[in-house]
Design a protein around this ligand. Structure first.
Ligand code: A3P
Length: 318
């Protein structure tokens, strides 16, 4: 057993005995739970969240496959929702990492406490998760709360993930090669994966319920951020007024939350999580197409062929 399994309560320890499992890059496991490969680290938190979270109609839930730009989306959503409370010159984003301001439900909120008190947070409450659509708590699906989904080209996401896990890998665990990571990806073995099920779940939901699920793509936001930012604000129920637009508020938020600005803030250069993880692991290059510097033609062909097959018919193919 790894440390994370040992920390689970008896109920969860019994449950994991019944599930298919595969080794993960951190020395722990991925457990196949309701069709999703869930890492040991967030297993208990994800199920507590699924069982106990009560959504409010005004909630905004930010959902991503890991390494798709979650940090960016958190900063943008927080800046949009809180612009009445703080001018950007006094924004909490100047002194806190976006992951502190918009916590993950399965890691930060439900990780150790199945009944956190979330009732006193002012609305709109903004939370985030990597949970696939099929596993979301029914209160998220049944209430009027909003879901914002952000996805990213799987090749860039994989390269980003490889760098990220390289920084977080425990010293006692052997490093995983890119080849191994591509192989795991193609077998569906990624955190909260298979990746294609994750994307398709939200893609379908966004097609069926466009007022409930907003589907964004990292690459589109890198090309042009102003219109996705306005769409996001409208969707969250905090649209920019004409005056704000005239005053350049949209552009200000966009440049405040840009990769270069956030990366250079002292808190993101030197700050740490209570777990010891450095805030700077969330900021690397922030570019589109960096995969070309790392993946071999064989890896690219394998992944692209699979994506073509799995994402056929959805424009989330990119
Ligand atoms: P790279 O490793 O390709 O640079 P997540 O936030 O989901 O963990 O994803 C991290 C990826 O988003 C990293 O990608 C990181 O550099 C990039 N990123 C972080 N902040 C960003 C921002 N403000 N704008 C664009 N990309 C950002």
């Amino acid at each position: 057993q790894t440390g994370e399994e040992e920390r689970m309560t008896d109920e969860y320890q019994e449950l994991i005995q019944t599930l298919p499992k595969e080794s993960n890059w951190d020395g722990g496991y991925l457990y196949q739970y309701q069709g999703c490969w869930c890492p040991s680290l967030s297993f208990q938190g994800l199920i507590s969240f699924q069982r106990h979270f009560q959504a409010h109609d005004t909630d905004v839930i930010l959902i991503t496959p890991p390494k798709s730009g979650t940090t960016w989306l958190k900063a943008l959503a927080f800046a949009i929702a809180n612009r009445m409370h703080y001018p950007l010159s006094q924004s909490p984003l100047l002194t806190s990492n976006p992951h502190h301001l918009v916590p993950f439900l399965e890691f930060n909120i439900y990780h150790e406490n199945p009944f956190p008190n979330l009732e006193n947070i002012h609305s709109p409450r903004i939370f985030s998760t990597h949970t696939p659509y099929a596993l979301l708590p029914s209160s998220i699906k049944d209430s009027k709360c909003k879901i914002v989904y952000l996805c990213r080209n799987p090749l860039d996401r994989l390269v980003s993930y490889w760098h990220f896990i390289g920084k977080l890998r425990p010293e006692t665990v052997e490093a995983i090669s890119l080849d191994q990571l591509v192989d795991m990806f193609c077998r569906g073995l990624t955190a909260y994966g298979p990746f294609w099920d994750h994307v398709l779940g939200y893609w379908k939901a966004s097609q069926e319920m466009p007022n409930k699920v907003l589907f964004l793509q990292y690459e589109d936001m890198k090309v042009e951020i102003v219109s996705p930012l306005k769409t996001l604000a409208d969707f969250m129920g905090c649209p920019f007024s004409l005056d704000e637009e005239k005053q350049g508020m949209v552009e200000e938020i966009a440049s405040f939350c840009s990769f270069n600005n956030l990366k250079e803030l002292e808190v993101n250069k030197t700050g740490k999580f209570h777990t010891g993880k450095q805030n700077n692991v969330f900021f690397r290059k922030g570019e589109v197409g960096d995969w070309a510097n790392y993946l071999t033609p064989g890896m690219v062909e394998r992944m692209e062929k699979l994506m073509e097959e799995k994402l056929e018919g959805s424009t989330s193919k990119r």
